[in-house]
Design a protein around this ligand. Structure first.
Ligand code: FMN
Length: 171
C-alpha cells in the first residue's frame, strides 16, 4: 500500500467529527510485520492462558477470517478518556478511516480484541513500542488489506439483519 494512500486514510480519521472538537485520538500506523506478529503472539498467549485477548471472544475458537498478523497495514487507534464521548469519537474516526480505505479499494476490519493485551499488564511496554503519548488507551485496531473474502469488507461481509427488524419508520 502506498504512503499516499495511507495518508489519505489517516486524513479521513483526523477530519472525523468529535464532541467539542476535542479530537481525543492518537493513531499509530504499523507496517512492520515483526511488531504485528509480536502483538498477535501476545494476544494468543493471553488467550491460551485461559484469560482472553486472542482474536474474538474469550476462549472462542480461532476466527476463520484473517487477523492482525496477516495485515499489511494496521492503524492502532488510541483515545483519551476525558469526556464520556471520547470512545464514541474514536469509533467515528475509525469508521471514517475504514470507509476511506474501502473507497480506495482495500478491505478493512476493525478489531477490539487487541485492547485486552495493549491495555493490560504490559501496557507501558506496548505504549513505548507503539509510541503512544501519555494518557491514552487503545480503543481499536483497524487492519487494512486486500478487498476479498479473506479480509472482510464488502466482498466477504457476513449477512446483516433485515431493515424490518432494525429500523422503525414513524410517519
Ligand atoms: C468495535 C468492533 C470491534 C470488533 N472486534 C473484532 C475482533 O476483535 N475480532 C474480530 O475478528 N472481529 C472484530 N470485529 C469485526 C466484527 O466482528 C465484524 O465486523 C462483524 O461480525 C460483521 O461481520 P463481517 O465482518 O463479516 O461483515 C469488530 C467490529 C467492531 C465494530
Amino acid at each position: 500500500m502506498s504512503e499516499d494512500h495511507i495518508k489519505q486514510i489517516l486524513l479521513a480519521g483526523l477530519n472525523a467529527p468529535s464532541a467539542l472538537n476535542s479530537q481525543p485520538w492518537h493513531f499509530t500506523v504499523v507496517t512492520n510485520k515483526k511488531i504485528l506478529n509480536q502483538i498477535n503472539e501476545a494476544m494468543i498467549a493471553a488467550r491460551t492462558k485461559g484469560g482472553s485477548g486472542g482474536q474474538g471472544a474469550p476462549n472462542s475458537p480461532p476466527p476463520k477470517k484473517l487477523g492482525l498478523a496477516d495485515a499489511p497495514v494496521a492503524i492502532f487507534v488510541y483515545g483519551t478518556n476525558n469526556l464520556f464521548t471520547d470512545s464514541f469519537d474514536c469509533g467515528l474516526a475509525t469508521e471514517a478511516m475504514s470507509i476511506a480505505a474501502l473507497s480506495l479499494g482495500y478491505g478493512t476490519k476493525i478489531l477490539a480484541s487487541p485492547t485486552i493485551v495493549l491495555n493490560g499488564e504490559k501496557k507501558a511496554y506496548f505504549d513505548q513500542l507503539l509510541q503512544v503519548p501519555e494518557g491514552y488507551s487503545n480503543v481499536a485496531v483497524l487492519i487494512i488489506g486486500r478487498n476479498d473474502e479473506s479480509v472482510d469488507a464488502t466482498a466477504g461481509a457476513s449477512t446483516r439483519k433485515p431493515m424490518e427488524e432494525k429500523v422503525r419508520f414513524i410517519k
